[in-house]
Design a protein around this ligand. Structure first.
Ligand SMILES: NC(=O)c1ccc[n+]([C@@H]2O[C@H](COP(=O)([O-])OP(=O)(O)OC[C@H]3O[C@@H](n4cnc5c(N)ncnc54)[C@H](O)[C@@H]3O)[C@@H](O)[C@H]2O)c1
Length: 441
């Protein structure tokens, strides 16, 4: 019989709910410790655990995390804090001998990345980065086709990712809007995409040139376009009540419990619903990159965070033809959609979903659409499959059909390689010059 594993979750916010539920649902895990700066958000997760029939977990403030890991004999740690703080808890947990699973991005800058890699070298520890997009069956199919040589040697990639005015806007309401917390969208969001390309190509990025800016959100843009309404945060503001760019936290019991109640209790100064056309936003919403890889392949990449629809197009050009992936996560976004748990961030499948198409165009042959087995659930079914690989199957067998992508989990090295493009991209934005990734850390 497998010994029960004692897990800790640090960063008991929105994303952590998926891990709390996943671990509570596995008979071979106990969530034994919760940690966050906000007692209210820890209480939210404690209530979630007991509602699922699990025993209560101990709680601790982040300052006492190292000590609590030892006191509660923790085997595994899940890190779901604000991005720029991941390194602190990853290194603390590795030093304590725990297996660590961290949300992406692994971290946000070169110095923090070096500290994680150094700690891993010293401790010989075990760190997984949860790049859940790898587990989307459409993405696995693309990986398989490319690795089976469907288009020969891959010489270039053209990649466009669109975030719609609901999901995209959400990055401009919360901590993500400041680079010191998120590293900007090149690190926080595009890191997923850069990991996919590294993985698809089996390549490492070597040089990055970026251009971009804040061209839609922010006070100046909002005043110029006339989209700005005059309020600081949505909660309690009559001006926000009819603003399609506002979020009503109280309309979603989870958001209300995690953020509005934490503010009301005075244990958190985190404002989750700021005006996207407000001040103090220093991340970009429109980004263009040129990337060269060590295989000689190149990528042109574009991220747009203010699109009418959400999805992406990736085109691979090879010596034997072309492979095209197009995913419409939604075809449009109506204003004032009631917030559903996680609808902003893929926690649930989006409304108005469109098609996913994989088209193989061999040279001198007619194009053919490639079929693949779809999976149910959030992030194209990727979350369920990733959880199964990370923590084992569910005891009740309800994830029996969710075959994990055996051996395709992302390591710290993968986390660093995805980060390399974002960090080099940020440096290129600042200097206006191409940046070599060698020597970043
Ligand atoms: N892979 C995905 O699809 C996906 C989706 C959403 C979020 N995420 C990642 O999950 C993580 C959490 O995101 P979220 O949306 O849940 O954000 P969130 O703001 O809801 O949660 C973050 C939590 O961290 C806590 N926190 C802040 N500073 C801390 C510190 N110094 N020490 C300890 N706790 C601290 C906050 O109080 C909050 O409870 C992020 O790294 C994000 O990138 C990944």
């Amino acid at each position: 019989m497998t010994a029960r594993r004692r897990a800790a979750i640090i960063g008991t916010g929105h994303r952590a709910q998926m891990y709390t539920k996943a671990l509570a649902a596995r008979a071979h895990y106990d969530v034994s410790l919760l940690s966050d700066t906000s007692p209210t958000r820890m209480a939210h997760h404690s209530a979630l655990l007991t509602s699922l029939g699990s025993p209560e977990a101990a709680t601790c403030a982040p300052a006492g995390f190292a000590e609590a890991l030892r006191a509660h004999r923790i085997d595994e740690v899940v890190v779901t804090t604000v991005d720029a703080t991941h390194h602190t808890y990853i290194t603390t947990a590795l030093e304590a001998g725990c297996r660590v699973v961290t949300e992406k991005p692994m971290t946000t800058d070169a110095a923090k990345c070096a500290s994680i890699l150094g700690t891993l070298d010293r401790t010989g520890g075990d760190l997984s980065v949860t790049f859940n997009y790898r587990y989307n069956p459409a993405h696995e199919k693309v990986w398989q086709l490319l690795h089976d040589g469907a288009i020969g040697e891959i010489r270039s990639v053209h990649f466009e990712w669109l975030l719609d005015v609901r999901h995209g806007a959400d990055y401009f309401r919360r901590w993500h809007r400041e680079k010191r917390h998120s590293g900007g969208l090149l690190v926080h969001k595009s890191g997923h995409h850069f990991d996919l390309v590294n993985w698809w190509l089996g390549a490492s990025p070597s040089r990055v040139h970026a251009e971009g800016g804040l061209v839609f959100y922010g006070r100046d843009n909002g005043e110029r376009t006339g989209l700005r309404r005059d309020y600081v945060r949505a909660h309690g503001s009559p001006e926000a009540a009819t603003d399609p760019y506002a979020i009503d936290l109280t309309a979603d019991p989870n958001l209300d419990s995690l953020y509005v109640r934490a503010e009301a209790a005075g244990d958190s100064d985190y404002v989750r619903d700021r005006n996207v056309f407000g001040d103090a936003i220093d991340i970009e919403d429109d980004l263009a990159l040129l990337v060269r890889y060590d295989t000689g392949a190149t990528m042109t990449y574009h991220l747009t965070a203010y699109s009418p629809w959400e999805g992406y197009r990736v085109m691979f050009n090879g010596t034997g033809g072309r492979l095209e992936l197009e995913v419409e996560e939604n075809t449009w976004q109506p204003p004032r959609t009631p917030s559903g748990a996680g609808a902003e961030h893929g926690g649930v499948v989006m409304a108005n979903p469109g098609r996913t198409t994989i088209l193989h165009r061999p040279l001198w042959e007619a194009p053919r659409e490639v079929t693949y087995e779809k999976a149910a659930g959030s992030h194209g079914g990727g979350d369920l499959r990733m959880l199964k690989e990370l923590f084992g199957p569910l005891g009740d067998g309800s994830d029996a059909g969710a075959a994990p992508a055996a051996g395709k989990g992302a390591t710290a090295r993968d986390g660093a390689l995805a980060l390399a493009v974002g960090v080099a991209g940020n440096e290129s934005l600042a200097t206006g010059r191409p940046v070599e990734t060698a020597g970043l850390w």
